[in-house]
Write a protein that binds this ligand. Structure first.
Ligand SMILES: *Cc1c(COP(=O)(O)O)cnc(C)c1O
Ligand code: SF4
Length: 339
């Protein structure tokens, strides 16, 4: 096999690979001081769908007044470090802050890349909180990206969660199967075969990410019987287009991944150039409804700033208080009255 290319982590590497212009070296170095760079070999393509997601832009230095360091309020609901408990029946465990790639629009961009894995004492405290909170039915492992942890470490973590009887589901939110598919190996898959049902939610935003290697990694997970869902961030210049999203969602379903959420782009600092309006997102969703299989359609959600949770943001098909005015997928209005 040819030697693998290394990950790109520096502005100089971007310039060498023709992904950035030498005249931008200085300004991109300033961007990289705030928000780190990492692009795995498979994601080093020049297509707009890839480059805009991973190659830093001078526009990241533009911070808009509405943008926030903690855009979805992770810290508002943190009972112990590394844990976010916003909804009664589920918690987020930030097992690590490291990722295989650093996405330019990341909603946790101020936190990722900093500290690596959660320390032993912090992990003990987080597990202890889960164990003494019987309402917690689901533990969501996120980060960073939990799948950067070694299979041995993940196995140890899952064994501890498995010992807590009220934990019924462990959900991974990860980009690894797409951006570093070689990491989905036999040892990782063996680690995921445990008693609390393991679900894997794949973060992917553009059909160009679904390389043959990525699809093979998804197949290994699906063949192991692990249910797969996806989450996609709506991004200007990447996928804010009904055709691109239709292609992405169909590809996912063909790879046995059920599209779960389409996220409106959160108010992270320096990400304004990625954000569409809500109206644009709604228009894309209504263009897809009825024209693309319902299995392919995710729910379009906004994570409210301040830590108030995720809310479906339409489009809205029902108006009035009865009789209702209901819009069909072609935009025609109908009257419907309850019996
Ligand atoms: C997104 C999120 C969840 C998961 O929400 P679901 O709607 O169940 O996918 C849970 N906790 C926090 C803090 C979140 O931000
Ligand atoms: S992989 Fe996820 S957590 Fe990591 S930078 Fe990308 S969006 Fe953020």
């Amino acid at each position: 096999m040819a030697p693998r290319k290394p990950a790109i982590t520096k502005v100089a590497d971007l310039i060498r690979e023709g992904l950035a212009d030498p005249s931008q070296a200085e300004v991109l170095d300033r961007v990289a001081e705030n928000f780190r760079i990492r692009i795995t070999p498979g994601m080093q393509g020049h297509s707009e769908g890839l480059a805009r997601q991973f190659v830093p832009s001078p526009q990241e230095l533009t911070i808009r007044p509405e943008e926030l360091a903690d855009p979805i309020g992770d810290d508002v609901h943190s009972p112990v470090p590394g844990l976010t408990h916003r909804y009664p029946d589920r918690v987020i465990l930030h097992a690590t802050q490291t990722c295989e790639v650093y996405c330019r629009f990341c909603f946790r961009r101020e936190a990722v890349g900093e500290d690596g894995a959660l320390g032993d004492a912090e992990l003990d405290a987080a597990i202890d909180y889960i164990a003494r909170t019987p309402e917690i039915w689901e533990v969501i492992l996120t980060g960073g990206d939990p799948m950067v942890l070694s299979p041995r470490r993940l196995s140890a973590l899952l064994a501890r969660l498995s010992a807590i009887e009220h934990v019924g589901v462990v959900r991974f939110h990860t980009r690894v199967p797409v951006v570093a598919p070689e990491k989905v190996n036999t040892a990782l898959i063996a680690a995921l075969r445990v008693r609390p049902a393991v679900y894997v939610v794949i973060h992917t935003n553009h059909p160009d990410e679904l390389t043959p290697e990525a699809c093979a990694a998804l197949a290994r997970l699906a063949d192991a019987g692990i249910p797969l869902l996806s989450q996609t961030v709506l991004l200007q210049g990447v996928n804010a287009d009904a055709e691109v999203l239709a292609q992405l969602f169909r590809l996912l379903v063909m790879n046995r991944v059920k599209p779960y959420y389409l996220h409106h782009c959160d108010l992270a600092r320096g990400t304004g150039h990625f954000r569409t309006t809500l109206a644009a997102g709604q228009a894309i969703m209504s263009a897809l409804r009825g024209r693309v299989s319902g299995v392919c359609l995710p729910t379009y959600v906004l994570d409210l700033p301040g830590g108030y949770g995720k809310v479906p943001v339409g489009p809205v098909y029902v108006s009035g208080e009865g009789p209702f005015r209901i819009t069909d997928y072609l935009g025609r209005a109908h009257i419907y009255a309850d019996p």
